[in-house]
Write a protein of this length. Structure first.
Length: 341
């Protein structure tokens, strides 16, 4: 069994994605003190996928050796990964971008290697928990968190705890349909907010508009090829005042406002936190979303709910993994590492 060294008061957070595994050391205030990234062999065998995870954990543990502080202790390891997964059992079910794992007991396998408790959670849920503990949601009990990028992931926190539902599958707000006649989402449902407002959808709408707007800055950014336009380019063109980009993002705002109006009428959270690349791009339009909410809500006090940017950006997975540890140790003391183990 490898020796896992970790400074008391630090947590190891692990972020597993389709192309990389990131790990880091995070202190009790949510500050990331060290992080590393290695490739993920998502299309290989389950054991090779596990090896990528343990390599990342070992790198974080090795860095802890150079930090000064009191004697080391083993804290739980927190791992966030794409769903679907079972957070209670720590089993990765069948995520599309991690084909190496099907009904794979990741928590048990990592626990077997290190002899510590392991928490596995959906990446959006873990990121939402990090925001609640250390980020933009600190001080709030009931939170709705959304990360908007290539897809849309969400987390619901009630009384500071992740809402898992009966089987652990709750909180899939990105697959809430707002148009039953809309385009089919990758999940198979029509008109999900993900297929309408995530990064690829923004790019598709912008590309469609360029046929009638050949002088848009977007074509310059795409080297004259409409098919090369990306969501990131739309954000860049919007910042420069491009008409097509502005129209595209205002349409996105209308879609997200309708969606968030449904969320508010269902949950009435104390705060709404938005992270991810698209959310960052839309941040200048948050006030516009809030202004439009009244037309999309039964709740007449909807505009009192703050809509804010997430504190953690690309490192939300590492912080999320650590947040799982932090919440776990609130009830359970860490295990002291025995010499020679």
């Amino acid at each position: 069994m490898p020796e896992l060294l970790e400074q008391a008061g630090l947590f190891i957070g692990v972020d597993v994605g389709g192309t990389k595994v990131a790990s880091g050391l995070v202190d009790t205030q949510g500050k990331i003190l060290f992080q590393t990234r290695i490739p993920m062999v998502a299309g290989s065998t389950s054991s090779e996928g596990l090896s990528a995870v343990t390599t990342a954990i070992n790198a974080a543990s090795a860095h802890a050796k150079v930090l000064s502080g009191p004697p080391r202790q083993i804290q739980p390891i927190g791992i966030c990964a794409p769903g679907p997964l079972d957070p209670k059992a720590g089993v990765i079910l069948n995520p599309p971008n991690l084909p190496c794992w099907r009904n794979y007991p990741l928590a048990a396998e990592v626990a077997r290697v290190y002899g510590v408790r392991v928490k596995v959670e959906n990446d959006a849920n873990a990121a939402g928990l990090a925001e609640a503990l250390w980020g933009a949601g600190r001080g709030y009990s009931n939170i709705f968190y959304a990360t908007i990028g290539t897809g849309i992931g969400t987390a619901i926190l009630i009384d500071g705890r992740i809402l898992h539902g009966r089987t652990g599958a709750a909180g899939e707000g990105g697959h809430m349909s707002i148009d039953y006649q809309g385009p089919l989402c990758g999940c198979g449902k029509p008109g999900c907010i993900e297929v309408l407002a995530a990064g690829p959808a923004i790019a598709r709408r912008a590309r469609a508009k360029l046929k009638d707007n050949p002088h848009s800055m977007l074509l310059q950014l795409a080297n004259g090829k409409i098919e090369n336009v990306t969501g990131e380019m739309v954000g860049e063109a919007y910042a420069a005042g491009d008409v097509v980009a502005t129209e595209t993002l205002r349409e996105t705002v209308s879609l997200l406002t309708l969606w968030l109006g449904n969320i508010i009428d269902l949950l009435e959270p104390e705060i709404i936190i938005m992270g991810g690349g698209v959310a960052s791009m839309l941040q200048p339009l948050f006030r516009e979303i809030t202004a439009q909410l009244l037309s999309c809500c039964v709740n007449q006090r909807c505009r009192e709910i703050p809509l804010v940017s997430a504190h953690y950006g690309a490192d939300s997975g590492i912080a999320g993994g650590a947040a799982l540890c932090m919440q776990s140790t609130a009830a359970v003391e860490p295990v002291v590492l025995a010499s020679g183990s």
